[in-house]
Design a protein around this ligand. Structure first.
Ligand code: HEC
Length: 150
């Protein structure tokens, strides 16, 4: 009876897409990244950096692609297409306004990744706080922002 109960619980979790496992840090070499200040910056310090795009792609395909699609191609549902987040900021001509726009999107990205997504007690996305260091999270941000929309 206990076994059956555990089985049903397991099936229910699978059906709702709950992520039971603790998130595992992707294996990436952060050596090629430029040094950044400690802590969480207000705006992506690695924006546009070529090494960050590469590190971000590798980290993404190990840690995020199962839900958000390989290379962030947005093919997997219901996880959102991350390439669109804050992309319209690039069209803002005024420098100060563009930075405000990007900082806002960066903040939402970092918050989502650090604390994950829970609704009604169901984990839709695990929290990565303490698993991913800031340089890896900023590389992920840099990668999705530069991923082709095709
Ligand atoms: C177990 C599946 C899963 C994994 C793994 C996962 N995510 Fe998510 N993520 C989701 C889902 C589902 C949502 C939408 C949840 C919601 O809106 O309540 C989401 C939302 C987000 C959002 C907010 C997007 C928006 O437009 O609202 C960001 C940013 C994000 N994920 C980044 C990442 C990154 C980066 C990784 C890898 C480190 C990752 N996710 C790993 C499932 C996942």
């Amino acid at each position: 009876m206990k076994t059956l109960h555990a089985l049903f619980l397991g099936l229910a979790m699978l059906a709702t897409g709950a992520w039971a496992d603790a998130p595992v840090a992707p294996k990436v070499d952060t050596g090629p990244l430029p040094a950044i200040a400690g802590g969480w910056a207000d705006i992506n310090p690695l924006r546009g950096n070529a090494a960050a795009i590469q590190v971000g792609r590798e980290a993404f395909n190990q840690a995020c692609a199962a839900c958000h699609g390989a290379d962030a191609n947005g093919a997997r549902s219901p996880a959102p297409d991350l390439r669109r987040m804050g992309r319209s900021c690039q069209r803002v001509q005024d420098e100060a306004l563009r930075q405000r726009c990007q900082s806002d999107a960066d903040h939402f990205f970092v918050k989502s990744v650090r604390y994950g997504k829970q609704k009604f007690g169901i984990v839709h996305m695990p929290p990565w706080e303490g698993v991913l260091e800031p340089s890896v999270v900023w590389s992920l941000r840099t990668f999705v922002e530069n991923a082709p929309m095709q």
